[in-house]
Structure formats: C-alpha cells, structure tokens
Write a protein that binds this ligand. Sequence first.
Ligand code: ZN
Length: 103
Amino acid sequence: MDALKPCPFCGKNTGSIRLRNMYVPSDKSVFKDEYEAVCLNCGANTGKIYSSAFVRRNGKFVFHKDGYAEAVAGWNRRAEPEAPSPEEPGDHKNSDERREGND
Ligand SMILES: [Zn+2]
C-alpha cells in the first residue's frame, strides 16, 4: 500500500482516507464502499469519491475494484507537484569565462 504524500495545500502529513458509505445489499452478493481522500488538517480533498466493490464468490468476498488504493493514488497524484518542464540543455549558453587557475 502506498503511503499518503503530504498535503499539497498545508504541507502537513495529515492526509487520510475516509470511509464515507457502505452498501450491503440484501442479497449480500455485492458489497460496496466509498472512500474519499481528505486532509485532516485543512480539509483539502480530492473532490472525488472512490468506490470499492467486492463480489461474493464461493462464499468469499473478492475484490472487484479497490477504491481505497484508488483514493490513495488519487491523493498522491494531487499531492504531486506539476511535473517541472525539464530544462533544455541547448538553451543554456555556455559561458566562456573559464578561469585559468594557473597561479
Ligand atoms: Zn492540508
């Protein structure tokens, strides 16, 4: 499981994945829950709900979709600063001022 990155807004390490809702239908064949990623310090969130789904197969719930991991990934994507444009090496003019250190 990936660790949550620091909050992009307040910089604190208080990102958290919160369980919002759970759905257990009467036939209990499919189990769903919803997560949101939120900062416990400043309340920043990804503005998106990630849902998990489990399907009962042979008496066991198996992951159909992992909403928790998606929420973590969503938070980390948001926490990631914009990819800096790599500096073009050709843009830099070579400075010809090279010191001759022969003293
Ligand atoms: Zn925050």
